[in-house]
Design a protein around this ligand. Sequence first.
Ligand SMILES: CC/C=C\C/C=C\C/C=C\C/C=C\C/C=C\C/C=C/C(=O)SCCNC(=O)CCNC(=O)[C@H](O)C(C)(C)COP(=O)(O)OP(=O)(O)OC[C@H]1O[C@@H](n2cnc3c(N)ncnc32)[C@H](O)[C@@H]1OP(=O)(O)O
Ligand code: FAD
Length: 670
Amino acid sequence: MAAADWGGKADHLAGERATAQFDVDGMKVAWAGSRHAVEVADRMACLVASDPVFRKDTRTMLSRKELFKDTLKKAAHAWKRTVELHLTEEEANLLRLYIDQPGYVDLHWVMFVPAIKGQGTEEQQKKWLTMAYKFQIIGTYAQTELGHGSNVQGLETTATFDPSTDEFIMHSPTLTSSKWWPGGLGKTSTHAVVYARLITEGKDYGIHGFIMQLRSLDDHSPLPGITIGDIGGKFGSGAYNSMDNGVMRLDHVRIPRDQMLMRLAQVTREGKYVHSDVPKQLLYGTMVYVRQTIVADASRALSRAVCIAVRYGAIRKQFGSKAGGPETQVLNYKTQQSRLFPFLASAYAFRFVGQWLKWLYTDVTQKLESKDFSTLPEAHACTAGLKSVTTSATADAIEECQKLCGGHGYLNSSGLPELFAVNLPACTYEGDNVVLLLQVARFLMKTVSQVASGKQPVGTTAYMGNIQHLMQCKSVVNTVEDWLNPAAIKEVFEARALRMAVNCAQNISKAPSQEEGFSELSPDLVEAAVAHVQLIIVTKFIEKLQEDILGHGVKEQLQKLCGIYALHLIHKHLGDFLSTGCVTARQGSLANERLGKLYAQVRPNAVALVDAFDYTDHYLGSALGRYDGDVYSALYKEAWKDPLNETVVPDGYQEHLRPLLKQQLKLSRL
Ligand SMILES: CC/C=C\C/C=C\C/C=C\C/C=C\C/C=C\C/C=C/C(=O)SCCNC(=O)CCNC(=O)[C@H](O)C(C)(C)COP(=O)(O)OP(=O)(O)OC[C@H]1O[C@@H](n2cnc3c(N)ncnc32)[C@H](O)[C@@H]1OP(=O)(O)O
Ligand SMILES: Cc1cc2nc3c(=O)[nH]c(=O)nc-3n(C[C@H](O)[C@H](O)[C@H](O)COP(=O)(O)OP(=O)(O)OC[C@H]3O[C@@H](n4cnc5c(N)ncnc54)[C@H](O)[C@@H]3O)c2cc1C
């Protein structure tokens, strides 16, 4: 039966859209950041959706080889369209984003180019970036090794300077020093920024970046001394398997001295090591940059999952009234709302904190250019912490959205399994989330000790300066309505974060050494770091609401979402709030009561709130999340695309199924 026979072309969600109490166009602008951003995103999303080369509806059914080739085709076609249409950098980035298929180009643009920009001298940038911008070379970021990822200082690859030839000898001395994971390394990249221990005049100066050519620009074969390949299949069908994450071993490969990235440190012709007067942490600058972009990716991934689950929840009906009345939309169940609406609120919260983080990163970069390094530690803590909290929450939420969609959510055609598989590794890449939270905790412990010695903290830790008040204050909340007050919300989040940090600092000081104390207290430190990061997200949401927000009812909806985001965290982490004495049990239950009321107020706006993400059906890639809500026709149609349905009688019937059935039949007749 043809899919069309199951239903018409109507907008099955029209009724839902009619109940919205705000201007969806205005919300699109608030989400995107500006009218211009909405317009460019729309244009690029439509360009991708209307181009048959960018189809992805059968992606999960391709073999790894077919998928990889499809990724190469899409990347080449995207570049062709970029050149033909003279796309700006902003447009080209969006084009890549809406193609929605991880591939070598991500590493080239997101890591290789920024690493050279951040760590290369002007001369090096001119030489390498000119080629990289034209795709005459393809680059990756080769840091992680088989034996070490988190511990960057533990990397083993060596770069030994040979003054007799003015070259570095790049070498993998052990199996564990094999480069392992870099995206695009396996089969595509012609070049890489390789991180290795710099050895000159017999001394090991630690990790530095080097530009290496890996493959011939004529026939793509690996250069002499380089063994290179793909590390193998990864979690999920389709998903991150489009990326050729690679392994590489180097056997005394020589590169000219000027291929060491020399902005932060240099090796002279004679082999002298010279360090510039900049902090050595700038070597980690590319990671700070990418962590900041990952926060934006997380809000996008979360909003996609929420969009699918909300639209489907409005279509899916289960159980009716006892009197035989119509069945209930599953979105009307309070349990569904209490599981799903915090994710809707989180998507908006992460979006706004991501926009702020982008501003912070730009601000820090400008300061670094004028040799002001004072805000670098805060930028590191903010990017590390927000990357960690937003990606962990997003991965958990996508998984829960699959459950919220019931059985159909488990189908590849729901789009959710692939979305989960693609975003799950964000909890690990660019820094394991726990390792990054420990970096935040280290920053917090330093700040607490500075406060104790009378120094006034600034930026996202400024609240710690209010220590006298925050260590002993009691929440003013007395009624359900009091939880609508942003100042009351902010105060309890500040008090909780500060008290958790101070508790940790006090307990560490009782340990035999700072290091032992930090190690012993690390589970508590991770929780203190999470509390601090959640405070940042809540604060930035509240600050967003103080801006001019245009459009009928837009601000009101955002206020409700901000309330949901903050109050669901109080509900979820009530143990923290109670044990630090920031709220009483009664205030906790008032928060929960307020939350229930907010869910009810958001319910009629839920579909319009996900429409404001402005995603095309192509980008969503979900039979359940379609704009028109024609879910059942779509599921039915998608099923027939499966290769198993290419024949009515399956392959293998003659060899395995028929003989079995025949034999069993024969036995039963005996
Ligand atoms: C369908 C989907 C379709 C398409 C997707 C579309 C688009 C995708 C777009 C983008 C995707 C993004 C990326 C691509 C995907 C994946 C790529 C992945 C790449 C990678 O993973 S690269 C490898 C990353 N590796 C790591 O992150 C390693 C983590 N480890 C570290 O960072 C450090 O080693 C660590 C843990 C910080 C420890 O450092 P160290 O050993 O030096 O120790 P200390 O703790 O003593 O620190 C010393 C000192 O330095 C400070 N510091 C540390 N890091 C930084 C920093 N980054 N910046 C500034 N300062 C830093 C630290 O605080 C200490 O300071 P102190 O002495 O206390 O003052
Ligand atoms: C899909 C994907 C793409 C990637 N792309 C690239 C790339 O392009 N280039 C590149 O160089 N790398 C890349 N990586 C590697 C990535 O950066 C590392 O996997 C990451 O930094 C984590 O390091 P690890 O794998 O060594 O984990 P490990 O450090 O071995 O972590 C294992 C466990 O130990 C815990 N742990 C580790 N240290 C501590 C500690 N000090 N305290 C407490 N717990 C600790 C962690 O929390 C984790 O639970 C990629 C990884 C993935 C999954």
